[in-house]
Design a protein around this ligand. Structure first.
Ligand code: TRP
Length: 341
């Protein structure tokens, strides 16, 4: 490092991705997106809408297409800046599927079988245990390794997959020569886990049985307020953070803190002596206030198909350039005969 000025010190490379299934919720914002936005300046970020990963479950094509575009528009509206980071759709960069195939041959059946998420998903959905579901973590490894990412911010449930990517990378490097940077999973520093409003001991879910459990980033103001007013609390009356004994109130305090920008400590003081009804209303208001300009921008972007196309196009080109460099190296090392230009 000596002799380098701060300008020439390379920024750390980050890769992250989310699946475009369903509409993004306030939980997706607090847990991942907020962190993505915060990291754009300090890191060299590659952000991917992992649409290839989505099809391990059966989807309605028109709904899937709509969800993907809505997710892209929502990310842009929230502040993901395509000039600061590389933002693209996974299906637009064919290197992901290509590298995944190669990495399949460097992944043992046994280690893929040990993936907790695979075991859980196959148990939950025994009628559709497809090979894609089994191979899902290898495609993830391809995502990460193509961009030589050092750091991969993920939720707890994806940590094991990033560790697998690291093991595959190490195996490939040992077999040939250093090819891939070894990625490390990190739990987001600013991340906050949001629980369901109806069932505050489980992650906020999009389950159909309980539509009030979950607040979507695109929900209208009335709907948001209705859901917060119906949120489960407890028989006590103190607005205090205590995850074990007061999961509902603690969750609402987290939501309030994320969307108002105030600390939990300060929020507790602010609501001291006030009733739950008052508190829940204020939480709803904080979320509505935060989302007002975001939703206006979201609507504008969704209507501007040309702009969305231009973002996807330039993102795909930039991503493909980086990815191609890694893939060519891999093909050469494996021994595929290059086609001379
Ligand atoms: N599997 C991740 C999820 O469900 C999404 C994802 C796809 C991802 N590829 C990735 C996350 C690569 C990190 C790195 O949330």
């Amino acid at each position: 490092m000596s002799g380098e000025t701060t300008d020439t010190i390379r920024k750390k490379k980050i890769f992250s991705a989310v699946k475009p299934t369903g509409s993004p919720t306030i939980g997706s914002y607090a847990g991942a997106l907020k962190n993505w936005i915060a990291m754009q300046d300090a890191y060299d970020c590659v952000y991917c809408v992992a649409d290839l990963h989505s099809i391990t479950v059966s989807l309605e094509p028109a709904v899937f297409r709509k969800n993907t575009l809505e997710m892209l528009a929502m990310y842009l509206a929230l502040g993901i800046n395509p000039e600061k980071c590389v933002l693209f759709l996974q299906s637009h960069v064919s290197a992901h599927a290509e590298l995944a195939w190669v990495l399949n041959c460097y992944t043992q059946f046994g280690e893929a079988s040990r993936m907790t998420q695979f075991k859980e998903k196959s148990k939950r959905n025994p009628e559709n245990v497809n090979v894609g579901l089994f191979d899902y973590p290898v495609l993830m490894a391809a995502d990460i390794l193509l961009y030589q990412a050092e750091t991969v911010p993920v939720g707890e449930d994806q940590k094991q997959h990033v560790e697998l990517a690291r093991n595959i990378a190490q195996r490939f490097n040992n077999r040939y020569s250093p090819t891939f940077v070894l990625p490390e999973p990190v739990m987001p520093k600013y991340g906050a886990k949001i629980y369901g409003l109806q069932n505050p001991t489980a992650k906020m879910s999009k389950s159909e049985e309980n539509p009030n459990d979950c607040v979507y980033l695109a929900d209208g103001a009335d709907e948001i307020m209705r859901k917060f007013k119906a949120a489960v609390t407890d028989s006590d009356s103190a607005v205090k953070y205590d995850k074990t004994n007061k999961p509902g109130i603690s969750n609402l305090l987290t939501v309030y803190s994320v969307f108002s920008g105030e600390s939990i400590d300060k929020a507790e003081k602010e609501f001291e002596g006030k009733g739950y009804a008052d508190f829940k209303k204020r939480v709803g208001e904080a979320v509505i206030e935060f989302l007002k300009p975001v939703q206006a921008e979201y609507k504008k972007l969704l209507a501007d198909k040309n702009y969305l196309q231009s973002v996807m196009k330039s993102g795909a080109e930039r991503a493909a350039r980086i990815a191609r460099r890694t893939l060519s190296k891999v093909y050469r090392k494996v021994g595929f005969v290059p086609l001379e230009q």
